[in-house]
Design a protein around this ligand. Structure first.
Ligand SMILES: *[C@@H]1O[C@H](CO)[C@@H](O)[C@H](O)[C@H]1NC(C)=O
Ligand SMILES: *[C@@H]1O[C@H](CO)[C@@H](O)[C@H](O)[C@H]1NC(C)=O
Ligand SMILES: *[C@@H]1O[C@H](CO)[C@@H](O)[C@H](O)[C@H]1NC(C)=O
Ligand SMILES: *[C@@H]1O[C@H](CO)[C@@H](O)[C@H](O)[C@H]1NC(C)=O
Ligand SMILES: *[C@@H]1O[C@H](CO)[C@@H](O)[C@H](O)[C@H]1NC(C)=O
Ligand SMILES: *[C@@H]1O[C@H](CO)[C@@H](O)[C@H](O)[C@H]1NC(C)=O
Ligand SMILES: *[C@@H]1O[C@H](CO)[C@@H](O)[C@H](O)[C@H]1NC(C)=O
Ligand SMILES: *[C@@H]1O[C@H](CO)[C@@H](O)[C@H](O)[C@H]1NC(C)=O
Length: 626
């Protein structure tokens, strides 16, 4: 074992209060043995014994192991495991260590199992698809504008002049355990190691209003709260949600249609299903947002949101367009409440049924629909079962759904749905999801999008991305400067064959053809790859990375993506420093308990490396910020 001197010894003593020495050594041995799916199931057995000793014993023990291995600063180990540990302990008390739910848990928490095959479930539809669906035809009217912002992650404790080079998931705060000389003082407008200061968020809202002064509405796809997941509590999250609602209201003139993100609750990702009897629930999130959003979505949708686990549907004022905002967190692997039963629950809280109801209403009324949500449904962190059922809905209502809008990945991306995933062509491409980049500077330059929308078809005609460059020499000395970064039509339209005609939309078929261009033309692909992080912190993408990236673009259904669960943290050694390649979900979940537990099961040779990481704030942050 790896102890950090006196400190580690003290923690070992603390830990012995948590679990008996025998159980502890059994857990540590099982952790060491956990290298594949079968041994992960075996690991759950002593963890269940620990969970039956109670939440406190469970938390204390895992905290001690986290500390002993130096996986995080002690306050982070304590905070993250203290908040999320009781949910895992609850799960372990409810399920069989050998069942399918345990397999899913081993995938989500340890990355040691592949997700099990999709459990067949046929989503019920009130009507079959019309044989002669309504044709939405453009009469060539000028498009209207829609602003899309996401993942603002505003840190209201951001402190100008505090340490920006720290060893925690986010920096630029006065942390009590930070002593020693300041190496990099936080500037007023933000830092890539820190979540957004209020000044940065305000400047983005002002720029969105300026560039989108004619916009008819704004989509906000969630994640208001900063990434200090080991510190957040209900008071802080409520304040954060209310403060951002007030800021959006004061700076944006047109209505805002928001969605709830996985960080907009406490603990992070915590949204218990309504079949769970627990003292924790997330109704307070829905109450807060229902009250805050009523000014834009109206009283009826606000009440629906409150009663439908944060989801609502509203017709955009004066338009034949229904906006359906879904709380995707019940389909999210890192919401640990979904592992508390061995009974498969295909439609937690009835949100798939809710989508069907609202899409049927749109179809009956001859409307088109936008689906908005936080997590795009094709990523590795979407549960395969629910993603498959969601895709059935997408296919059934493909004629009604004009486009889908998400955030969560912090990346400028898109995902395509197909009527036949085994035959991916422009003619089987049925739906397109636009993924907005983040405001938070932790994953590239802060950004937002403005779309041009055809007022007859509600198809996207153009997508423009605006950024502020955090590496610009005057970034800290003047108010952040926002500029057009690129237009998708101008950049990509000429690349497809035939070049995209002026009247044609940026629809699923177009984006499919663009993926063909990316496959054939690496120069074009590398432009996309640079755009992903808005030209800041660009990650090199070789042929194998490119193949995965294109595969993922062609997967709005998670079982079709090419991401594999990765046990632990993988190491790639560069010339002068250690780089960690982390799975994309790590960037979104906020470095919660799964991040810590994954590190524990694959720590061969890690002890030395962790000792090195602690010397290097830069490398540590790369783990955290993904
Ligand atoms: C771990 O593996 C070793 C060697 O196979 C075995 O002796 C030990 O019992 C295993 N530990 C647990 C907790 O399963
Ligand atoms: C960040 O802090 C570490 C020590 O905590 C120091 O070694 C390193 O030089 C600092 N980096 C910068 C850019 O100041
Ligand atoms: C968008 O808003 C403008 C200004 O309020 C209005 O004139 C226009 O009709 C709206 N567009 C649509 C498609 O409703
Ligand atoms: C909640 O967090 C805030 C901000 O960190 C802190 O000031 C407050 O004391 C915390 N409240 C509780 C009940 O822990
Ligand atoms: C949970 O939600 C579903 C869908 O709305 C509903 O049918 C079911 O009755 C609810 N269950 C509980 C225990 O409230
Ligand atoms: C941001 O500014 C830096 C420094 O001037 C420059 O090197 C970089 O190309 C700029 N990035 C973008 C995306 O404009
Ligand atoms: C996609 O490419 C095919 C040829 O491969 C072409 O026939 C079709 O018009 C293209 N569709 C769009 C929307 O660009
Ligand atoms: C490949 O893409 C680049 C960048 O968009 C473009 O300039 C070039 O003409 C393309 N090459 C071919 C062969 O189409």
């Amino acid at each position: 074992m790896f102890f950090k001197g006196l400190f580690g010894t003290l923690l070992l003593l603390a830990l012995l209060h948590g679990a008996s020495g025998d159980l502890l050594s059994e857990i540590e041995s099982a952790l060491q043995n956990a290298t594949d799916c079968a041994s992960c199931h075996l690991l759950l057995i002593p963890l269940q014994t620990l969970a039956h000793l109670g939440n406190d014993a469970f938390v204390d023990t895992i905290v001690s192991v986290c500390d002993d291995f130096g996986l995080e600063d002690p306050d982070v180990c304590q905070g993250v495991i203290g908040e999320e540990g009781p949910i895992l302990a609850h799960d372990l008390r409810q399920i069989s260590a050998t069942g399918q739910t345990a397999t899913k848990l081993c995938d989500a928490v340890f990355g040691l199992c592949n997700p099990p095959p999709v459990n067949a479930f046929t989503v019920p539809f009130p009507k079959t698809a019309p044989t002669n669906p309504k044709v939405f035809e453009s009469t060539g009217k000028p498009p209207f504008q829609v602003i899309h912002i996401s993942d603002v992650h505003i840190d209201r404790f951001y402190t100008v002049g505090s340490e920006a080079n720290c060893t925690k998931p986010i920096c630029c705060r006065n942390f009590a355990d930070e002593t020693g000389p300041l190496t990099e003082p936080a500037g007023p407008n933000g830092n890539s190691h820190c979540d957004s200061p209020v000044t940065l968020a305000d400047s983005m809202l002002e720029a969105a209003q300026q560039f989108g002064s004619t916009a008819n509405f704004t989509l906000f796809t969630g994640d208001v709260v900063e990434g200090a997941v080991w510190l957040v509590n209900k008071t802080e999250v409520t304040n954060d949600l209310e403060a951002f609602n007030a800021e959006m209201a004061s700076k944006l003139k047109a209505p805002i249609f928001p969605a709830i993100g996985n960080h907009d609750s406490v603990p992070v990702n915590s949204f218990p299903r309504n079949t769970t009897t627990t003292t924790i629930d997330s109704q307070w999130v829905f109450d807060t947002q229902s009250a805050g959003w009523a000014q834009w979505i109206g009283a009826i949708a606000a009440s629906q949101e409150d009663q439908t686990s944060g989801s609502y549907s509203v017709v955009a004022p004066g338009m034949d367009l229904r906006i359906i905002s879904v709380n995707t967190q019940y389909w999210y692997k890192q919401n640990f409440w979904v592992y508390d039963s061995d009974t498969q629950q295909p439609d937690p809280n009835g949100l798939l049924a809710f989508m069907v109801q609202e899409l049927q209403a749109a179809e009956d009324a001859g409307q088109r629909a936008f689906i908005i949500g936080h997590m795009p449904m094709g990523k590795e962190d979407a549960l395969n079962d629910q993603s498959n059922y969601y895709d059935q809905i997408t296919q059934r209502y493909k004629n009604t759904i004009a486009a889908q809008f998400f955030g969560h990945s912090h990346k400028d991306q898109f995902e395509i749905a197909y009527s036949d995933y085994n035959d991916q062509t422009a003619s089987t491409a049925t739906s397109i999801a636009f993924i907005a980049p983040a405001l938070t500077p932790t994953s590239g330059n802060p950004a937002f999008k403005i779309y041009d929308i055809d007022p007859d078809t509600f198809e996207v005609m153009d997508m423009r991305v605006y950024i502020t460059n955090i590496s610009a020499p005057n970034f800290q000395s003047t108010p952040p400067q926002w500029d057009l970064y690129y237009s998708a039509r101008a950049t990509y339209g000429p690349l497809v064959t035939p070049p995209l005609p002026a009247s044609a939309p940026l629809d699923a078929a177009f984006w499919h053809n663009l993926t063909e261009v990316f496959a054939a033309n690496d120069t074009a692909f590398q432009i996309f790859n640079t755009f992903i992080s808005r030209g800041g912190d660009v990650q090199a993408c070789d042929d194998s990375c490119k193949a995965t990236t294109i595969c993922d673009m062609r997967a709005l259904r998670a079982e079709n993506n090419c991401d594999n669960p990765t046990p632990g943290i993988m190491f790639k050694r560069g010339e002068s420093e250690v780089h960690l390649s982390v799975s994309e979900s790590d960037a979104c979940e906020g470095k919660g308990i799964a991040h810590i537990l994954k590190a524990l099961v694959n720590r061969d040779g890690l002890e030395h490396d962790f000792a090195r990481f602690r010397q290097s704030g830069r490398v540590l942050r790369s783990i955290y910020q993904g």
